[in-house]
Design a protein around this ligand. Structure first.
Ligand code: ZN
Length: 448
């Protein structure tokens, strides 16, 4: 099976030249141009019954989201339908000075193609297109597999119209298997299937102890200030090992690949003598266990500190929720913990919630087996099942809208891709193998 690599790289390069940054402050026209360019490539495949550029309204507003490309082809003779997802918008490039070559001028150096979106996720877009082309070369264009293609235009801007898009096009997007090509591989030689993503619950905690500020010399030692209450309360969130100590936050049992403390020290930049926190294998701490981080505290700056008992302190807390627990459940657990442990009867309040559910693939499904077989065929080595400590929020929306579909999170990235950062790049060997994998998967599903 041929991957059609040279033309896929040429077309990818054309897409990278369109600076389709989806953030509100950037010119919408580029995202529209990029949708149009993708639509053209999809039409040229000649296998879809229907191709359109579509926009849905942003959740809770009349505003329209960014243009997405949607294409469908009905299944025949009881064959499954597979939905291929990727996104054609990109992150801002940041300062051009930080790039070794211009961000929107695709540049080949060694085995890698550099440029904003060269990997995340225009390579995902092209992997789908090139895989369909490869399928047609092998089985012709009269295949019976059902196909849907959904190339989003605002993933990097929070997928604000995503939910509404799924509802609007529910019938067209309905499928047995969904491939989300927007993740990572273990390394350039080893494919990965992402089977677990942590969810998140971020919120503001307000701690109040006094009706007004007072002189710390007059009342310090008898009147509890809000900072004392806040730091004592925050200290209850972790135990002596730095593991999360909140009853009701659960962990997932998950086999994790080998990843040493040394690798953690290097990748996360732990200082000499500083020990890791938590228990269990390093990757289980990152993928399968909850984590709590205080990400901000509103308090006087050191330069502005006066001898005052603070009446109120506001804290931003970020909880990473382990796969297997809902964000709502985790929220209830952390609220209960903070309420029960507030020292000195301090008044506490919660607000400004941001929540996303975790994601856990049922790896016993037939689609996972087919995907792993296809990966092993195309890469020559078995796939690693991986988790991600962060979230891909829209995946929870997919699960909610299409609970019966099996979701496969694949990708074109590798550990050196630097998505979202200067000098983002795609490894062309990985790209080749990703296209082959998907072509093999499509061919196998067409045989089912
Ligand atoms: Zn992405």
């Amino acid at each position: 099976m041929q991957a059609g690599l040279p033309s896929a790289i040429a077309e990818l390069s054309q897409l990278v030249r369109i600076p389709s940054v989806s953030w509100a402050a950037f010119d919408d026209q580029h995202v529209a141009d990029s949708a149009e360019a993708v639509e053209k490539l999809v039409r040229e495949l000649g296998v879809f019954d229907h191709v359109e550029v579509s926009r849905a309204t942003v959740d809770g507003s009349d505003a329209l989201g960014k243009p997405a490309v949607l294409a469908t082809r009905a299944a025949r003779n009881g064959k499954p339908t597979i939905l291929l997802y990727a996104h054609h918008d990109v992150q801002p490039q940041g300062s051009d000075d930080d790039w070794d070559s211009p961000p929107f001028e695709p540049t080949l150096r060694g085995d890698r193609l550099y440029g904003r979106g060269a990997a995340d996720d225009k390579a995902g877009v092209m992997a789908h297109i090139a895989a369909i082309r490869a399928l047609v070369e092998v089985v012709g264009d009269d295949f019976e597999l059902g196909l849907a293609l959904f190339i989003e235009g605002e993933e990097e801007a929070g997928s604000l119209s995503f939910k509404n898009f799924l509802v609007k096009h529910q019938e067209q997007l309905r499928s047995d298997v969904i491939v989300v090509a927007d993740s990572d591989n273990w390394d350039i030689d080893t494919p990965a299937l992402t089977v677990a993503l942590r969810g998140n619950v971020a919120f503001q905690l307000e701690v109040r102890t006094l009706a007004h500020a007072s002189h710390s010399g007059m009342f310090g030692g008898a009147a509890p200030d809000a900072m004392l209450a806040a730091v004592k309360l925050l200290a209850t969130l972790h135990d002596e090992d730095g593991a999360v100590a909140v009853a009701g936050l659960t962990a997932q049992d998950m086999e994790t690949p080998e990843f040493s403390e040394e690798e953690l020290r290097r990748d996360a930049g732990l200082l000499e003598g500083v020990s890791p926190i938590g228990r269990g294998s390093i990757l289980s701490r990152l993928w399968a266990q909850p984590a709590i981080t205080v990400t901000g505290i509103d308090a006087p700056t050191v330069a502005n500190a006066s001898n005052t008992l603070l009446p109120v302190v506001r804290v931003r807390i970020s909880v990473r929720v382990a796969p297997g627990q809902s964000a709502a459940d985790a929220r209830a657990a952390i609220e209960r913990h903070l309420t029960e442990n507030a020292p000195f009867g301090a008044h506490i309040a919660f607000s400004a919630y941001e929540m996303g559910d975790p994601f856990l693939v049922d790896t016993t499904g037939w689609a996972v087996a087919e995907a792993k077989t296809a990966m092993a065929d195309a890469w020559g080595v078995p796939a690693v099942e991986t988790g991600i400590g962060g979230s891909i929020p829209f995946i929870a929306d997919l699960v909610e809208q299409f609970p019966q579909a099996q979701i496969l999170v694949t990708g074109v990235e590798d550990p050196d891709t630097r998505a979202h950062s200067p000098n983002e790049s795609l490894h062309l060997g990985v790209f080749h193998r990703a296209i082959l994998t998907e072509a093999v998967l499509l061919a196998r599903l067409n045989e089912r």
